[in-house]
Each structure stands twice: as structure tokens, then as C-alpha cells.
Design a protein around this ligand. Sequence first.
Ligand code: SF4
Length: 218
Amino acid sequence: MIHRRNYEKISLREKDIVYYLQRTGKSSTKSTRKALTSDLKVQIDRMEKIAHKLFEPKGIFKIYRAAELPIRECFAEAASIALAIVTIGSSLPFEANRLMNSGNYVDGVILDAFGSAAVEQVADQVNNEINEMVIHQNLEYSKRYSPGYCQWGVQDQKVIFRKLPGEEIGVTLSDGFMMNPIKSVSFAINIGKNIKKSRWELRCKSCEDRGQCTYRMY
Ligand code: SF4
């Protein structure tokens, strides 16, 4: 059964917005950084009101038996795998781009950071619902992971979009495996009896990229 969700509420913390502002390359010029730090709280408060009017948070997900998916290292130890797509829609990225292109660069960057924080929160909401379903079945779940990370090829976005009708929540996949709207996230969660101790779940331990990886789990 495919589950579809429309969310009413997104509540974000100021520190989440600051985190995404610091991560974005778009705010890395010295002058922009200075502008953000000098008047940050006032600007964030102002853009928050705009951001909340633009959020269109939606999600779609389904749990598949491993045999229904192609053979991959990431699925190998799972009995079943939840696949999910979430989005905050196209209105916020459209407005963020419009602001940046019209010279209102700082407002655009802040709005973009609201979008990044919001889509992760929608992913958290879907993730939590999947976890509850798994707990109810007395099984274990992995942390969520996405195509393009941890040696799971980005081209496997196709696996997720072949299974889930992303267009029902307004998300499509380009030939280059980019999602549109850009503030969308696709992910998988492994489900089974010993998932917490599976090689895939413990992959950070032996990963060559762990030194510079901001997604490292431990
Ligand atoms: S450190 Fe962990 S999260 Fe980061 S790339 Fe390696 S396996 Fe993936």
C-alpha cells in the first residue's frame, strides 16, 4: 500500500536555519557572511513569515519486500525496504530564486535555508511514521539513506521513482537524476531483524570518506 501525506505544520528552530546558511556555498562570500551575521535574527524572523506561506509539505512512501527491488549492497541484509519521496513544493524555491536574481540576495539565501531545513523536517516526519510501523512489527529499522550517498549510485533515483508515483506529490526526476522541485528528498530505510548490526548500518566505521563526511553517523 502506498501512503500519501499532506502536512499542515512545519516548525523550525532558528539554529536549523543558521546551520543551512553556514552550509550553503551561496553565502560564502565575505560580504554576504558579514551581512548575515550583523542582522541575522531580524532577517530570519522576517523571512520566516514568508517561508511558512510558501511551504507545501507532502510525502509518499511504501514498504517493499527486498525481492521486489533490484539486488544492491544497500538492500542485501534487509527483509524489506521502505522507499520514500518528500517535498516542500516549488513555491519556496521559485521565490528564493526570484529574490536572488532580483538583487535581494540575502533574503533569497535565507529563504533557501528555510527550504532546506523544512524538507528535512518533512523527511523526519515520514521517517518517524515508518519507524513506528516497523516497531509495531517487532522489527528493526536503519537510519535513512539516499541515492548518491555512501556508494549507493545516484542513478538509483530511478529505482525509487519507478516504484513510487512522485508526480502525485508534484516531484519529477530529470535525466540527470535531479529531483524537481529542488527542495525534495528521496530515501530508503532498511527493515529486518538485525538491521542495527548489519554491515550496511555500520558502514561509516570502514568508510574512506568518514574524515570529511558531514553525514557520518558516528
Ligand atoms: S562516512 Fe558514513 S555517511 Fe559518510 S559517506 Fe561514509 S558511509 Fe556514508
